[in-house]
Design a protein around this ligand. Structure first.
Ligand SMILES: Nc1ncnc2c1ncn2[C@@H]1O[C@H](COP(=O)(O)OP(=O)(O)O)[C@@H](O)[C@H]1O
Ligand SMILES: [Mg+2]
Length: 212
């Protein structure tokens, strides 16, 4: 099963993925955790360009094509080769991030982005997507605190304006609400354990259903 976590900066993706990884491994499943951007050799270099705040003026097409280049490598070298050898692949972000950040956030045509995404991922699409949803001010506050503790600069998005993040949050909700069957909207504004309980409930449910 190919699971993806999506959500704004500071919504809790990294923290919840770690908890889910441990939860599944403790139950005997093999789990592979990965992320976009930056899970391949080329991707690591692209990530450094994409997330460093010195590149705040990156052109929107440059941004799209760098994300797509990272994704091509990620799907080809990481996701596809591991899909059949693990019970679960959990990815921190996916092509949906492009649809939301570049589409809803920067105003690029969604059909065009769907076309490009489809060219890159083909039929390697996630089975289930968790949207960690929280108000922008909560997410940004968490993310800015986290970034202030890092020794590398990955804060380009944290430095975007509030309205951009608001469009991103609303974009996610829009997509999730219009494709309900494989999206799970998780309220991630409460404490880490409460959020994880909601995720666990969903996961246990589809594990149990899969057995029937
Ligand atoms: N539910 C939560 N309540 C309080 N702080 C949280 C919560 N979830 C995550 N954090 C903290 O907020 C910061 C951002 O979380 P993180 O998992 O890195 O978000 P993301 O990966 O979605 O950007 C981290 O420092 C993390 O420890
Ligand atoms: Mg993260």
């Amino acid at each position: 099963m190919y699971l993806v976590f999506e959500g704004i900066e500071g919504s809790g993706k990294s923290v919840q993925i770690k908890l889910l990884y441990q939860f599944l491994v403790d139950r005997g499943y093999s789990v592979f955790v990965t992320k976009e951007p930056g899970s391949t050799l080329i991707g690591t270099e692209i990530r450094a360009i994409l997330l460093n705040s010195r590149n705040i003026n990156i052109h929107k097409s440059t941004e799209i094509f760098l994300y797509l280049a990272d994704r091509s490598e990620h799907i080809d070298k990481v996701v596809k080769p591991n899909l059949n050898s693990f019970d679960f692949i959990i990815s921190d972000r996916s092509f949906y991030s492009t649809l939301v950040y570049q589409g809803f956030g920067r105003g690029i045509d969604l059909n065009f982005l769907n076309y490009l995404n489809n060219f890159v991922v083909g039929d390697t699409v996630p089975d289930k997507i968790f949207l960690l949803d929280c108000p922008v001010d909560i997410g940004l506050k968490r993310a800015l605190t986290r970034e202030s503790l890092k020794d590398i600069d990955e804060s380009r998005f944290e430095n975007e304006n509030f309205d951009f993040h608001k469009r991103v949050r609303d974009g996610y909700l829009n997509i999730a609400n219009s494709s309900r069957e494989n999206w799970f909207i998780i309220d991630s504004s409460s404490d880490v354990d409460t959020v994880f309980d909601s995720i666990k409930r969903v996961v246990v449910d589809f594990i149990d259903n899969g057995r029937n």
